[in-house]
Ligand binder design. Structure first.
Ligand code: ADP
Ligand code: MG
Ligand code: MG
Length: 250
């Protein structure tokens, strides 16, 4: 089944009217992992933010559906509850709120939307423990305040834990690999691979081939000036790594 179907999407910055997306077309089916690469400023983050309904942007044309539902007719919260979830490129710190409480709140929002009963703290602990194991994360993480004093790698792992807790049908990870050293990158890639199982859809935004080598996306797209200009398999990422974006034109 198709999860996300975007056709000829264009969007501008609400405040300035500057056109950023200029006809993006992309279809993601259940169980598929897609990656979008592209130079800085090509519109990758804008694309993800438009999908989740960020108020800074205005859709000027095209369509987007999630499981057949018109995405742009839904409030941003409804989109998240329907199972479309964007990780945060710069995760926020939430002083005074423990990671467990924050995760349980997110989890219960999703459960409410699915008509499932909320989990109390003890039930949530039972739900979370196997996920921590799967993601190879230290339980001491949970008692700490959300992102407070986390290292770059810990913040990224926490984002992935959030996605795992949400059990989103479709997760979007924007530059989950930025600023990570090789060891942290390996851990993050392993955690992303945990999210890949089953019929979930995954959309990764990255500048680098390294992450893609560890994750093996089904499709790689290249975005340029607000459009997807090329789609293929991981070999696109290798060409980019070797010759830069110019190499793709040849
Ligand atoms: P990428 O993620 O590919 O690096 P972005 O989507 O962040 O690119 O940005 C694409 C272009 O749109 C950039 O030129 C950026 O400055 C501009 N842009 C994005 N969001 C805004 C905004 N809220 N206000 C003004 N310009 C923006
Ligand atoms: Mg960027
Ligand atoms: Mg970006």
């Amino acid at each position: 089944d198709v999860l996300l179907e975007v056709k000829d999407l264009s969007a501008k910055v609400a405040e300035t009217g500057e056109e950023i997306l200029r006809g993006v077309t992309l279809t993601i089916k259940e169980g598929e992992t897609h990656a979008i690469m592209g130079k800085n400023g090509s519109g990758k983050s804008t694309f993800t933010k438009v999908l989740v309904g960020h108020p800074s942007y205005e859709v000027t044309g095209g369509t987007a559906t999630f499981r057949g539902q018109d995405l742009f007719a839904m409030e941003p919260e409804e989109r998240a509850r329907a199972g479309l979830f964007l990780s945060f490129q710069s995760p926020i710190e939430v002083p005074g709120v423990s990671n467990t409480d924050f995760l349980r709140m997110m989890c219960n929002e999703r459960r409410k939307a699915r008509g499932e009963p909320e989990l109390d703290p003890l039930e949530f602990y039972g739900f979370l423990t196997p996920k921590l194991d799967q993601l190879n994360m230290d339980p001491s993480f949970l008692a700490r305040n959300v992102n407070e004093g986390f290292s770059g790698g810990e913040k990224k792992r926490n984002e992935i834990l959030q996605l795992a807790v949400m059990e989103s049908e479709m997760s979007i990870l924007d530059e989950i690999d930025s600023g990570l050293d090789v060891d942290a990158l390996r851990d993050v890639a392993a955690a992303v691979n945990v999210l890949k199982d089953g019929d979930k859809g995954l959309l990764l935004i990255t500048h680098y081939q390294r992450l893609l080598d560890a994750i093996h996306p089904d499709f790689v797209h290249v975005m340029q000036k607000g459009k997807i200009v090329q789609t293929g398999d991981v070999s696109i990422a290798r060409k980019l790594e070797e010759g830069g974006f110019e190499a793709l034109a040849a």
